[in-house]
Write a new protein. Structure first.
Length: 82
């Protein structure tokens, strides 16, 4: 699988909507849940520089991206194929 295809898959996984009692909440997704987790994580630096575009800290986004990348790797296997 090509690098761009892996990125597209990661972004699709990260944008999966959260299920609420009322149905799907499209404004809340897996990527936001991960970023929220890392924002309050004890390892998050207090001086984590905020990205003006997304509103999350640099460290938070790096950790969120890492988890989503590892999800893709776990789904595809080490060789990158299903």
């Amino acid at each position: 699988m090509e690098k761009q295809q892996k990125i597209d898959l990661r972004n699709k996984i990260g944008s999966l909507p959260a299920l609420t009692d009322e149905g799907y909440a499209y404004e809340d997704n897996l990527g936001i849940a991960l970023a929220t987790y890392f924002q309050d994580h004890p390892g998050c630096p207090e001086d984590d520089e905020m990205d003006a575009e997304c509103g999350w800290g640099t460290w938070v986004m790096e950790k969120t991206d890492d988890v989503l990348d590892r999800v893709v790797e776990a789904l595809l296997g080490k060789d990158g194929e299903q």
